[in-house]
Design a protein around this ligand. Structure first.
Ligand SMILES: NC(=O)c1ccc[n+]([C@@H]2O[C@H](COP(=O)([O-])OP(=O)(O)OC[C@H]3O[C@@H](n4cnc5c(N)ncnc54)[C@H](OP(=O)(O)O)[C@@H]3O)[C@@H](O)[C@H]2O)c1
Length: 196
């Protein structure tokens, strides 16, 4: 039996993974953007231990999420699942001056990886779209390029793979993987998504 923290687990794949893990006997801590979503998440995932709260579009709130998780003690695994999709029609700027999609999909997993006590296993939700990501890593904050939502999303999903592999290289005692879940019918994937 393992203890697992799943980010972005109020809905979608994170919620489903949390429930599957609990059904298999594991101990799971959820994460949601605010207190109301945390209550909804806890009500819809019976057996979850508790939920960390914080909007990971904010660096300050992401740091706070890391503190909450560390207060809970140690974890066997962290699933970095939280994400927003490719349909942002313009460069939505966060309180830290960053593109919303970059803050949530790239920076939040990076910060949480750095700040949460090191688990035995790290899992990062990437996407098949990582193959279209810009490997140059130039203009990460989309200040010099005209905004393209799909390209911005693809970049972040490439960053998740790079992060998983960098962690694997630097922390050889930690299992670190990235995965593509397919195109699945969640809030992000939309009702017409073809995969399971
Ligand atoms: N669905 C697909 O076909 C697909 C394909 C490839 C990769 N992925 C990846 O799989 C992961 C999960 O996607 P999904 O399809 O399950 O998405 P989803 O259904 O939209 O769920 C995303 C979850 O993240 C939470 N979240 C989003 N922004 C947040 C923020 N700023 N702070 C805190 N929580 C936040 C959402 O909270 P609320 O419920 O409160 O909004 C929701 O619980 C993502 O990393 C995504 O890139 C999905």
């Amino acid at each position: 039996m393992s203890r697992i923290f799943v980010t972005g687990s109020a809905d979608g794949l994170g919620k489903m993974a949390a429930q599957l893990l609990i059904d298999q006997g594991h101990q799971v801590v959820l994460h949601a953007r605010n207190k109301m979503r945390a209550q909804e998440a806890l009500a819809s995932v019976p057996g979850a231990e508790t939920a960390a709260v914080g909007d990971v579009a904010s660096i300050a709130q992401t740091r706070d999420v890391a503190e909450q998780v560390n207060q809970l003690g140690s974890f066997d695994a962290v699933i970095h699942n939280v994400g927003v999709g490719y349909r942002e029609p313009r460069r939505i700027q966060t309180e830290d001056g960053l593109p919303h999609v970059f803050a949530i999909n790239t920076l939040a997993p990076y910060l949480l990886t750095a700040l949460v006590h090191r688990p035995k296993r790290l899992i990062y939700l990437s996407s098949g779209l990582h193959r279209s990501g810009d490997i140059s890593l130039e203009d990460l904050s989309w200040e010099r390029r005209p905004w393209q939502g799909a390209a911005a999303y693809s970049d972040t999903k490439l960053h998740d793979v790079l992060l998983a592999f960098a962690v694997a290289r630097r922390w050889p005692e930690v299992l670190s993987n990235a995965l593509e879940p397919g195109w699945v019918p969640t809030k992000m994937g939309g009702p017409g998504a073809p995969d399971d």
